[in-house]
Design a binder for this molecule. Structure first.
Ligand code: GAL
Length: 358
C-alpha cells in the first residue's frame, strides 16, 4: 500500500508550482509537507483513544503562508536565528549578509530556505520518507560556498517524525539548519501552550541583548530556564522584573544548551519531552545538536492574517523546539562551532517521537 500521496497545492505569487506530500504512518498518524520551504503543514497524532489532532500551527493555503510571517513549520537556513549586524569573518574575510531583522540577519535572510522550492524524492515503504534537496549557491544572501543540502523527513513506525540534515560545501562556510514547527499537543487551535509540561536536560542558556543577540553563556540553575525537572511553561513565565531575560523577549525565546554540549558529542541522544496532560500526548525530543532554541511564539500576534481554519494568531499558542547550534556563534569565542569546511559532512538528526500517556 502506498504511504505517500502527492498533490498540487497551487502556485506561489511569483508563479512557482507547489506540491504537497502526505505521508501516512501508524495509528492514523500523518504529516503533510510541501516542497515549498519543506514546510510541515499539518501533523496528525493520535491520543490513547485514537483521536487524531493536528499538533502544529500552519496555514490553509500557499497564499495565506505568503501573506504572513513567522516561519511556521519551515526549514530554516542557511543559518538559523540571528547573526549580529549580518556580519561575520571567516579566515580573515568579512562577509555581509542581508539584514532582515533590524540591523541583524535572521533565519537565512530575505529569501531563506523556508521560501525556496526544494527538489523532492519520495521513498515509499513501511517507514515512508521525503528526501528534500536544495543547492544553495555561493553568494546567496551573502554566504560563501555552494552548499548542497539534503533534508530527509521520515515517518517512523514508532510514531516518530525523524528529520535528518546533511550538507556539504565547496568553500568554507557557516550553517545552522533547523525546522521551525509550532507545537501545541492539545491541537493547534486549543489556545495557550503555557500549561504544557517541558523537561529538557540543559546546563546553560544564552543571555541576549534587547535585539535578542546572544551575549553570554549562563548556567540555568536557579533560573526560569532550568527545565531539568519537568515543569509547566507557565510556572516560571516571569515576563517581569523577576527575570529581565524573559521580560526582554516577552517569553521564552532563548537558546538552551544541552548537558555536555562542551564535549562536541555527535551521538543522537534523548534530551527530554514536551507534554500536554489534558490529551495525554507527549513528544519526546532526540537530537545530536548541542542546543535548542525554545520559542513560545511571542511574536505570533494577531495581525489580521489567518491560520488554518480561519484561526487568528495568538501569542504563546505554541512552542517551537528548534534544535541547532548557538545563534551568532561565529561572532563569539567559546560558542559551539558552526563552520563547514570542504570535505566535511554536516550531519544532524532530530526526532520528535510521540507517546500516549493514558
Ligand atoms: C524564532 C526566533 C524568534 C522569532 C521567530 C520568528 O526562531 O527565536 O525571535 O524571530 O523565530 O518569528
Amino acid at each position: 500500500m502506498r504511504k505517500i500521496h502527492a498533490f498540487s497545492m497551487g502556485k506561489t505569487a511569483d508563479g512557482r508550482e507547489v506540491t504537497g506530500y502526505t505521508m501516512y504512518g501508524e495509528n492514523g498518524m500523518r504529516v503533510t509537507i510541501s516542497d515549498l520551504g519543506g514546510v510541515i503543514w499539518s501533523l496528525l497524532v493520535p491520543d490513547a483513544t485514537g483521536r487524531l489532532t493536528d499538533v502544529v500551527a500552519g496555514y490553509d493555503s500557499v497564499a495565506d503562508l505568503e501573506a504572513s510571517s513567522g516561519y511556521l513549520g519551515a526549514l530554516i537556513g542557511r543559518f538559523g536565528n540571528r547573526i549580529a549586524n549580518g556580519q561575520f569573518t571567516l579566515d580573515g574575510k568579512t562577509y555581509t549578509l542581508y539584514q532582515n531583522d533590524g540591523n541583524n540577519h535572521l533565519h537565512g535572510g530575505k529569501v531563506g530556505y523556508d521560501s525556496r522550492i526544494w527538489d523532492v524524492t519520495c521513498e515509499d515503504g513501511e517507514e515512508p520518507a521525503l528526501l528534500l534537496s536544495y543547492l544553495s549557491p555561493n553568494g546567496e544572501e551573502g554566504y560563501p560556498g555552494n552548499l548542497t543540502v539534503q533534508v530527509t523527513y521520515r515517518l517512523r513506525s514508532d510514531m516518530a517524525l525523524e528529520i535528518h540534515y546533511v550538507a556539504t560545501t565547496d568553500q568554507k562556510t557557516v550553517l545552522n539548519l533547523t525546522n521551525h514547527s509550532y507545537f501545541n499537543l492539545a491541537g493547534y487551535a486549543s489556545g495557550s501552550v503555557l500549561d504544557h509540561v517541558l523537561q529538557l536536560d540543559v546546563s546553560h542558556y544564552l543571555e541576549t541583548d534587547a535585539e535578542l543577540i546572544p551575549k553570554e553563556i549562563v548556567p540555568v540553575k536557579d533560573t526560569p530556564f532550568d527545565f531539568n525537572s519537568a515543569k509547566t511553561l507557565r510556572r516560571d513565565f516571569w515576563v517581569d522584573d523577576r527575570c529581565p531575560a524573559l521580560k526582554l523577549a516577552g517569553g521564552y525565546d532563548h537558546c538552551l544548551c544541552f548537558e555536555g554540549w562542551e564535549r562536541g558529542d555527535k551521538q543522537v541522544r534523548y534530551r527530554g519531552y514536551l507534554e500536554d496532560r489534558s490529551s495525554g500526548r507527549r513528544m519526546e525530543l532526540y537530537t545530536n545538536q548541542p542546543a535548542v532554541q525554545i520559542y513560545s511564539a511571542n511574536f505570533l500576534e494577531d495581525d489580521g492574517n489567518r491560520l488554518k481554519g480561519g484561526l487568528h494568531k495568538s501569542k504563546q499558542s505554541a512552542l517551537c523546539l528548534e534544535t541547532q547550534c548557538m545563534p551568532d556563534s561565529m561572532n563569539h569565542q567559546g560558542f559551539t562551532p558552526c563552520t563547514l569546511d570542504v570535505g566535511e559532512v554536516y550531519d544532524y538528526t532530530t526526532v520528535f517521537k510521540f507517546v500516549n500517556l493514558k
